[in-house]
Ligand binder design. Structure first.
Ligand code: TMP
Length: 259
């Protein structure tokens, strides 16, 4: 990895300069953080799974006409993506009350929402990513109203697709987080989906038992987080019969052979 220039190291990913101008390599780490990195740990094999899960979802979204930064997966932990200017807004899509929404408005976790709720947080670690209104976004120029139109309509379409996909494998899509970026073409830019979609940024509950199959297992010290991520990948058909160990063995063999 020393041959490449590191652009940025985030909590769960490292970004490297890509092979061509305008491209970036996303490297998925096993590191996990919660509560604005107050809690730190690792989830074994998470990077490999998130890389695959995100590849799968972004590829499927391309088929339904959602433009994204994803180009292709390069190996177990890396994918090639288009370089974008990240819009400094985290878009939270909610179908069922949970987490910070339940706390903020006093609705019991697990209560279905009458319709899909979009929330926006201003991406600023020092401020703890505060919840903001569309008026703040317009007022401070974080995104134009036209861009917010594109973002909100894509978020709803992404939710429709993902809720159906997960329901098909016995998983309730409770909520999730999206990030978008500006792809520049000369003076013009258009909004495309960026970052990742994985059990790190989604709440995924088993449809039958409501068992949590996502990062809340880590956030809330429930244990079994590595197994939960593997279960999601397995149901999505992204893990071989032998499970993650088979994939990780392949990964280390390949490294040994220098491929
Ligand atoms: P919240 O209920 O804590 O606001 O989280 C809503 C969803 O957004 C949940 O699926 C987890 C995801 N999320 C992130 O991906 N990153 C974050 O920093 C936070 C706070 C939430």
């Amino acid at each position: 990895m020393s041959r490449r220039r590191q652009i940025y190291e985030g909590k769960a990913k490292i970004l490297y300069e890509g092979p061509e101008p305008g491209t970036i390599i996303q490297y998925f780490k096993d590191d996990a953080t919660a509560f604005n990195a107050e809690k730190k740990g690792t989830i074994s094999g998470k990077g490999v799974i998130n890389n695959r899960v995100s590849e799968h979802i972004f590829s499927q979204l391309t088929h339904i006409g959602i433009p994204s930064h994803f180009i292709r997966r390069l190996n177990m932990r890396e994918q090639l993506v288009k370089q974008v200017e990240i819009v400094p807004i985290e878009v939270i899509v909610r179908n069922v009350a949970a987490g910070s929404l339940s706390k903020r408005v006093g609705i019991e976790e697990g209560t279905p929402l009458p319709h899909t709720l979009l929330e926006y947080c201003y991406k600023d670690d020092a401020l703890g990513d505060p919840l903001v209104a569309e008026e703040h976004i317009a007022c401070f120029g974080w995104a134009t109203q036209e861009e917010m139109q594109d973002i909100s309509s894509m978020a709803i379409r992404i939710n429709d697709f993902m809720a159906g996909m997960f329901a098909g494998i016995g998983i309730r899509l409770v909520d999730f987080k999206l990030e978008f970026g500006r792809l520049f073409d000369g003076d013009f830019s258009r909004i495309i989906l960026a970052d990742e979609i994985s059990p790190d940024g989604c709440r995924l509950w088993d449809l039958e038992t409501n068992e949590k199959l996502d990062k809340d297992r880590f956030r809330r010290d429930l244990g079994g987080e590595a197994e939960a991520y593997q279960e999601v990948a397995r149901r999505m058909g992204l893990l071989p019969e032998g499970g993650l160990s088979e994939v990780l063995d392949l990964d280390s063999e390949r490294k040994k052979r220098g491929k």
